[in-house]
Ligand binder design. Structure first.
Ligand code: 15L
Length: 269
C-alpha cells in the first residue's frame, strides 16, 4: 500500500536534503512550504503545496489522507520574538491540531540542540531528555515544540518523536560541527526510524551522526532503530585546516549551542 507523508518546510535546508532521501517507490511525499518548491522530477512521487504552517485551513487540507507528518517548517535561525511565536510555536500547534483532526497517528517534530544550548559542553555527553536550557528565542520555540508534542501524545495518544537536530548540512562547516554534525544520509536514516518505530509514544532523541567527537547521546535514537553510518571525523582534516583547532575557551568550546550563546547573538547568523 502506498503511504503518504507530509513534510512541512520542505524547501528549507533540512527539507531539501531529505526530499530525495525519503523518496520510496511505495511512498508519496506531500511537500509544503511558503517558499518555492522545485517541480517534481521525472518519476518523483511528490505533491507540492504552497502554504504556511500557521494557516489552520491550509494545514487541515494538507493533512488529509496523510499517514505521518515530518514537521520541519519554521524559522531555522534566531528571529524577533513575534516571528518565533507566530511561525515556530503557533505554527507547530497548528500542524499538530490539523494532524489530530485528520486522524494522523505519527508526527515527527524538528527540535534543535538550541533547546539546551546553554548546557556546558564540559558537562559530558548530553543525555536524551536533557532539561531545557535554551540559548535564544529560537531555542525557546524548540522547547515549546517539544512541550506541544508531549501534550498531543499524552492528551490525544499521538506518537510524537522530537529530534534535537545537531547540525544537518552536506558536510561539517566548522570545528564545532565535528561534534554536532548530522549527515544528510544519517538524517534520513533517523527520520525513517522515527516514522517506522512501533508505538514510540512520546520521545526526545538527538539527531547526530556517530561522530568521534560527538557531544550527544545516541541511546534513545538507537532504541528507535537508528543506526548512524557517518562520522564527521572523515572531514576533520579539511575543517581544521580551514578553521583551526577548536578553542575550549570560546563560546563554541564552552556551550552546546556555541556562538548562539553570545549576548549579542541575533539574526545575523
Ligand atoms: C539549528 O538549529 C539551526 O537551524 C541550524 O541552522 C544550525 O545553526 C544548527 O542549529 C547548529 O547548531 O549548528
Amino acid at each position: 500500500m502506498t503511504e503518504r507523508i507530509l513534510i512541512t518546510g520542505a524547501a528549507g535546508g533540512v527539507g531539501t536534503l531529505m526530499r530525495p532521501r525519503l523518496a520510496a517507490p511505495d511512498r508519496v511525499l506531500r511537500l509544503l512550504d511558503v517558499a518555492d518548491l522545485p517541480p517534481a522530477a521525472p518519476g518523483e512521487q511528490v505533491e507540492l503545496t504552497r502554504a504556511s504552517v500557521t494557516d489552520p485551513a491550509a494545514m487541515s487540507a494538507a493533512c488529509e489522507g496523510v499517514d505521518a507528518v515530518l514537521h520541519l517548517g519554521g524559522h531555522s535561525l534566531e528571529q524577533p520574538w513575534g516571528q518565533i511565536l507566530d511561525v515556530n510555536i503557533n505554527g507547530t500547534y497548528t500542524v499538530l491540531e490539523a494532524a489530530r483532526q485528520q486522524g494522523i497517528r505519527r508526527v515527527v517534530l524538528a527540535s534543535s540542540n538550541h533547546a539546551v544550548g546553554f548546557v556546558p559542553s564540559a558537562d559530558g555527553e548530553a543525555g536524551d531528555y536533557l532539561f531545557p536550557r535554551p540559548d535564544t528565542f529560537y531555542g525557546v520555540s524548540k522547547v515549546a515544540v517539544e512541550a506541544l508534542g508531549s501534550l498531543y501524545a499524552d492528551r490525544y495518544g499521538l506518537d510524537v518523536v522530537c529530534v534535537r537536530i545537531g547540525s544537518c548540512f552536506d558536510r561539517p562547516k566548522d570545528a564545532r560541527m565535528l561534534a554536532t554534525w548530522l549527515s544528510p544520509d544519517d538524517g534520513a536514516r533517523l527520520f525513517e526510524a522515527c516514522l517506522a518505530a512501533p508505538e514510540p509514544g512520546f520521545r526526545v532523541v538527538w539527531g547526530v551522526s556517530d561522530n568521534t567527537r560527538r557531544w550527544f547521546s545516541l541511546d534513545e535514537a538507537r532504541a528507535l532503530g537508528y543506526e548512524s553510518k557517518d562520522n564527521a571525523e572523515d572531514h576533520a582534516a579539511a575543517v581544521l585546516a580551514e578553521h583551526g583547532e577548536p578553542d575550549p575557551d570560546s563560546l563554541a568550546g564552552r556551550y552546546l549551542g556555541g556562538v548562539w550563546c553570545g549576548p549579542d547573538f541575533d539574526t545575523a547568523i
